[in-house]
Design a protein around this ligand. Structure first.
Ligand code: PLP
Length: 493
């Protein structure tokens, strides 16, 4: 039977984008301009939108056709549905009164850098698959290490170096894999993990990515020790860590990794890295520093105290420019002092990836630095951000938010109805209504978010329901913080 699926000749062979069913170059230019205009308009009107999505589960899907399109549609139809179906189902993370979680900064250079990466459509799994992808990434990460004051041993000139991961969670995972490789002399990769043999440590305030990593590598939750924190600072108590390490070693376990957090997710507590690092050295444990949010602050010399001990002790370090440093999601910078155990833990070289540069051992192949093989051109947007803002612009961005948080904390402290519940070293302020029960604070939170003009998230501090005001949005100005405080005061009992 003759097939209907015959190849249709390219109607316009000189147009590189046109082909059977493809967008022509002229259409691409026209729609591309429309898309950029759409994004610019979105940012211009974002303040007028309700910050949090107001849809119920299933509302978005109910507006989508049950079946995929059989016939091609024009791109205008996609854009129209963006306004009609998608935008009402969004929480607007770039809204200047979005104060939830931690920010996920976006910026013009970040967006355009990402767009260029998508437009180029190259794959950087090996140096050989597109040398500029690897070399720009290595170079930009060396620049970035200099900007945030990381030590020489995290730069590509020695045995260590940096790589862009998608997220801090992936950094925690690969740090653990490298640590297990080192602790076991490679046995974990060959023979698996002996039950009960390796132990992992973080404070009770460490990000849940640590628990996830412990599960993913197959250690199981029983291997994870969550160390108590100081009641006032909410930072890890090194004395408790020392007790746990000693007890585990006495029981025959090998401490593989300790995760110290610089800027915990709940309250931005800063674990005492110098004391933790000294214990890691004593017990031969890997020290991974998770500075996902607070790492950005180190670009300001006066805030670099937050990184005390990192230069002396960290085996690996991660921070997210996609949180508070103007680089669109996703972008996590991961640094390692000795890349050998990481590459040994993750390198698998099938025949179809073999090439002369890899065989010569003279290049970095980033596929050996993370779980996945393929990778987009990740460094372009960070490169664009670093160049377009310069260190001066990035420092100004951080300092503005730190100053706004100090003002907000002062207002909270001056109102006897409220209390500050944790130190606020950077730009997160944790507070609640004073009093013996949580109910007034949960009720206040619900009413504030329902209003649509601002968005806060919560945590528990010492077991008590606590509101978090995370300042750090690209477009957040002092007036947005002042308006938010006025709304909180007006709604408070
Ligand atoms: N670590 C810390 C301290 C965090 O605050 C967060 C997220 O807020 C993470 C890790 C996880 O970040 P990611 O989404 O990049 O995995």
């Amino acid at each position: 039977m003759p097939s209907d699926h015959r190849y249709v000749e390219d109607p316009d062979p000189v147009d590189p984008l046109a082909g059977p069913g493809h967008m022509s170059s002229a259409e691409f230019r026209a729609y591309g301009r429309q898309v950029i205009d759409w994004i610019a308009d979105y940012y211009e009107r974002i303040e007028s939108l309700p910050v949090a999505a107001r849809v119920r589960p299933g509302d978005v899907r109910a507006q989508l056709p049950a079946h995929p399109p059989e016939q091609p549609e024009p791109f205008d139809a996609v854009l129209a549905d963006l306004d009609r179906v998608i935008v009402p189902g969004l929480t607007h993370w770039q809204h200047p009164r979005f104060f939830g979680y931690f920010p996920a900064n976006s910026s013009g250079p970040g967006i355009l850098g990402d767009l260029l990466s998508t437009g180029l459509g190259v794959q950087g799994m090996l140096w050989a698959t597109s040398p500029a992808v690897t070399e720009l990434e290595t170079h930009v990460l060396d620049w970035f290490a200099e900007l945030i004051g990381l030590p020489e041993r995290f730069r590509s000139s020695g045995p260590g170096g940096g790589v862009i991961q998608d997220t801090a969670s992936t950094s925690t995972l690969v740090a653990l894999l490298a640590a297990l490789h080192r602790a076991s002399g490679g046995e974990v990769g060959r023979a698996g993990i002996g039950a009960g043999r390796y132990t992992v440590y973080g404070s009770v305030e460490a990000h849940s990515a640590l628990l996830k990593a412990v599960r993913m590598v197959g250690l199981g939750e029983a291997a994870l020790r969550l160390v108590e924190v100081d009641d006032a600072t909410l930072a890890m108590r090194p004395g408790r860590l020392a007790d746990l390490l000693a007890a585990d070693v006495a029981a025959g376990a090998t401490p593989a990794l300790v995760l110290a957090t610089v800027g915990t997710t709940s309250t931005t507590a800063i674990d005492p890295v110098p004391e933790i690092g000294a214990l890691c050295q004593r017990y031969g444990a890997w020290l991974h520093v998770d500075a996902a949010y607070a790492g950005a602050a180190a670009i300001c010399p006066e805030l670099r105290w937050t990184h005390a001990g990192v230069a002396e002790y960290a085996d690996s370090y991660a921070m997210n420019p996609h949180k508070w440093l103007l680089t669109n999601f996703d972008c996590d910078t991961f640094y390692i002092a000795d890349r050998a155990p990481l590459v040994a833990a993750l390198s698998v070289l099938p025949e179809f990836l073999r090439n002369a540069a890899t065989d010569a051992g003279t290049v970095i192949d980033y596929r050996d630095w993370h779980p996945q093989l393929g990778r987009r051109f990740r460094a372009l947007k960070l490169w664009a951000v670093l160049r377009c803002y310069g260190a001066t612009g990035l420092r100004a961005h951080i300092r503005r938010h730190v100053a706004m948080a100090a003002d907000f904390a002062g207002w909270v402290a001056a109102d006897p109805r409220f209390e500050l519940v944790a130190p606020h070293p950077l730009s997160l302020v944790c507070f609640r209504l004073a009093g013996p029960t949580d109910e007034p604070t949960t009720d206040l939170h619900r009413r504030l978010n329902a209003g649509g003009t601002l968005f806060l998230t919560h945590t528990r501090v010492r077991g008590r329901y606590t509101l978090r005001l995370a300042i750090g949005g690209t477009r957040t100005e002092p007036r947005h913080v002042a308006e938010t405080w006025a709304a909180i005061q007006a709604a408070a009992p």
